[in-house]
Design a protein around this ligand. Structure first.
Ligand code: ADP
Ligand code: MG
Length: 378
């Protein structure tokens, strides 16, 4: 799914009202019946019909034929649009630039505000794993309370923003969080390379202990990153390490805290051995090195990203992770016309548009690999 900033320019107030009505309607309906959209948008019956067709043509909503009624649902394009519009209204974003990253679960863009300050827009795209190849997908989805990609992506963005905020406020080396809305966050652009691209460092031992100390300091503040690897550590030219990517952070009180902590430590040990032939007898141990002094986990919960939300997102992430493992290379991102929520509908439901989007498949190759340019630091 590509972010199309141009659509922003061609929206009438009426288009916008209908789009918001579709979003509101989708809180209670997987496929929002057209009359309900008209009603919420306060347009006379049938009045939204033309607008909806136009929005569908621009891929902001998708028409879905249902056994009982025809209706629409918001697409990622529509959801992106609504978030961007909110950022524009709050003056946090003025223009959208190049895409700089494609992860399994996010798209990363450069954006700027009116003062031409460049920033990063991270769009969460949860629910990209395809269910097409799984026979038991219906059973699987039945056990899931909410399989909505929209809701889960929003939770992930809320979580990332909440953690980035408390970490930044407490002096951790993370990007400055700037704004959050729906499934998107805006943050400081870090002028640095992912550790993954660094082929040489002046003093690997120094960087190694900086990173291990960071893991220990996080733990002393009650937190474990959970994905502390060479993709999520950016290294400035000065050698400073900046930590990014927080949707999987957990509290040190998590039942699997020790597992996550050790995995983070191990990631760094393995990487340093492989990349820099650097090995140390010294590395943090969960039982010895995780003396809690502060409770940022509690602060995050108090900031509105509650324990319940945390658990809900975690459950979804675990299921997705399992599924991606089962599917291996077959796991791919569904196009906007093929999202999981529609597949959980009753047998009788038919989708109106089933075409695959080549672009989407291409993007899934992962930009992190392709932009691998060797860099040496220090
Ligand atoms: P994902 O969840 O998809 O892994 P990340 O937050 O790790 O998303 O971002 C993916 C990539 O985008 C990173 O590896 C990094 O290269 C780039 N990136 C992300 N955030 C920033 C930022 N604030 N400044 C500079 N580059 C960034
Ligand atoms: Mg990452």
């Amino acid at each position: 799914m590509k972010l199309d900033a141009k659509v922003l320019r061609y929206m009438t107030p009426e288009d916008f009202r209908v789009l918001v009505a579709t979003e509101m309607g989708s809180k209670n309906h997987e496929v929002v019946p057209s009359p309900i959209i008209s009603q919420i948008a306060k347009l006379r019956h049938g009045g939204s019909h033309k607008v909806l067709s136009e929005l569908a043509r621009r891929n902001l909503v998708a028409k879905v034929q249902h056994i009982k009624y025809d209706g629409y649902r918001l697409t990622y394009g529509g959801y992106d649009y609504l978030a961007l519009r909110t950022f524009c209204q709050r003056n946090s974003v003025y223009s959208v630039g190049n895409q700089i990253g494609v992860g399994k679960e996010s798209d990363i863009y450069i954006v700027a505000n009116e003062d031409e300050r460049q920033m990063v827009l991270k769009i969460q795209r949860l629910g990209r794993v395809s269910f097409r190849t799984i026979k038991s997908k219906r059973d699987y989805l039945k056990n899931r309370k909410s399989a909505s990609w929209m809701y889960m992506s929003k939770l992930a963005a809320e979580k990332e923003y909440a953690f980035m905020k408390v970490l930044h406020e407490h002096g951790f080396p993370v990007p400055e969080p700037i704004d959050q809305n729906r499934h998107c966050i805006v943050m400081e652009l870090i002028d640095a390379f992912p550790l993954r691209q660094i082929t040489e460092v002046g003093d690997p031992g120094k960087l190694y202990s900086t990173l291990m100390n960071l893991i220990v300091k996080l733990a002393s503040y009650g937190l474990i990153h959970g994905d502390f690897n060479e993709f999520n550590i950016l290294i400035r030219e000065s050698g400073e390490a900046i930590l990014i990517d927080f949707p999987q952070m957990v509290s040190i009180d998590h039942p699997n805290a020790e597992f996550y902590f050790n995995r983070d430590v191990e990631c760094i040990r393995v990487f340093f051995k492989r990349r820099f032939q650097y090995e140390s007898m010294l590395y943090p141990k969960f039982k010895l090195d995780t003396e809690r002094e502060f409770s940022l986990d509690v602060k995050v919960a108090a900031s509105g990203f509650t324990k319940e939300k945390q658990q809900e997102l975690e459950k979804f992430q675990e299921e997705e992770g399992q599924l991606a493992q089962e599917l291996g290379d077959d796991a791919y991102r569904p196009s906007d016309n093929e999202e999981i929520e529609d597949e959980s509908e009753e047998e009788s439901e038919e989708e109106s548009e089933e075409e695959d989007n080549d672009e989407d498949e291409k993007e899934n190759n992962g930009a992190e690999e392709s932009q691998d340019v060797p860099v040496s630091i220090g």
